[in-house]
Design a protein around this ligand. Sequence first.
Ligand code: NA7
Length: 539
Amino acid sequence: MDDQFTDDQHIHDVIVIGAGVNGLLQLHRLRSAGLDVLTLEAGDSVGGTWSWNRYPGARLDSEAYLYTYAFSRELIEEWDWPEEYADQPTLERYFNFAADRLDLRRSIVFGARVIACRWNEDDSVWDLETADGRRFRARFVVPVTGILAVPYVPPWEGLSDFEGTVVHTVNWPREGIDLRGKRVAVVGVGSTGIQVVQSIAPEVGHLTVLQRTPNWAVPLGNYAHTPERVREVKEKYTDHYETSQSTRSCFLWSGLPVNTFDVSAEEREAHYADLYSSPGMTFYQRNYQDLLTDPAANEEATRFLATKIRERVKDSETARKLTPIHHFATKRPPLETGYYEAFNRDNVELVSLPEEPIVRITPEGIQTSERIIPVDVLIVATGFDAITGSFMKIGIEGVNGQALAEAWADGPKTFMGVFSHGFPNMLLLGGPQGPNGNQPRCTTFVAEWISQCIEYMKEHGIDRFEVGDDAVQAWVDYCNEMVMSIPLLRDAENWAWGSNVPGKKRAYLLYVGPQPDYRDRLREIADQGYPELEQAGSR
Ligand code: NA7
């Protein structure tokens, strides 16, 4: 194996880029098929998101026992989830445990940040280069770099002059940051900012939360697992797994098959109250079926949520600022635990940026239109160049040196979220226009499918395959039609539209159709011998 780490002329069957949740899955699946596969990982550990995001309060908001690797009964049996929604340290431990149990580390090069990945037409090989100058070659490449991996930091004037500590949440140092008694500012109140705020409020001296757009946050309802619950989730694993494969986004629930106003006001109120007090994403997933299609239905749900904010936040002016005006779930709804109550504390202050914008960062803190807020630690929770960012950042160049970043400048162009025209022998996992929903429940099938596709090409002596432009265009059009058919998503402003990053072309980056349909389509393609791929071989 050492040779394969250091011999820059060795041609691997496959190089996987990234050892995150999906990268590990892909590596394991490819290696199990007997392929010579190597993974290049920029970080020093496995787990991706759950290795990088070490900020206080980082926690999964889908059920941990559904977030496991389902292909191995041993992994399920040998791991006990301590809570319904696991925290970051537990998740990082889980992915390290899985990597050890599956003996994956011997195929991973850590500290290998890919900066170039070039298609070599003469050899039908991908040539890769890492930031520290190492070179690797492979017949097939599978980038699995994650949809929330490239941090977005607003271009605030004066940021580099700030004399305190500044940190984007994704780059939280392993040794932590001592926030006790400090003057802390958090910018951004998406899922991340909300987790940070609720978790650090009791510990810091003073906390200023700078909010551009409030979001509709609903209670997470986390709870510790008793030994009975630990046993129960293992026993029910097969049922849970099968249910997750039958739902639209691979969670356990589906929307109620009735419209909001088909039931009485009392029944509706009782249903909302039930959803609000149920764990997880149920307020979104078990809501009425017209939640995203009928504005009035959505506004009925937000009326309920606004009441809850007013009940939980003592100061009415703060409650007003915390109440969104956009439709529920047109931005990804965060789940919270005591977030609203944090604003009842004397040491926590909310700044509504539309009313009091940031002018610049000064050496001492944040200058707004009204004042200077003194800050020791500035926590930047402003999200990511989501979905396409990480794939466009690793220097992928296809046929005739065309950069992926250029090919996707007007939005991603893929077939099934796996192939892109002009990029032969490249298969993406977990990127744009592909599996979308509860990971890795929606990616496991695709990792398997990708492996089978590569095995097929090898068995049939295919050295080079490339998806046709027509197939890509048809899939892009289909993905667009799907989102345009959901009225409230059509006009939404969120990271799935790329609208959180100034200058990013507005294009919907995800496939929003049902995952069972998506898997059926992949099955059909494989059964037919991959007709959308132009295949050429010499062997
Ligand atoms: P998100 O959900 O993209 O949230 C980012 C937050 O940062 C959001 O409140 C943004 O406000 C805010 N933001 C972005 N740019 C600015 C500027 N320039 N000034 C002030 N505030 C800004 O990222 P998260 O990390 O919280 O969550 C990402 C996903 O991780 C989440 O959806 C889950 O799937 C897990 P905006 O709403 O854009 O006005």
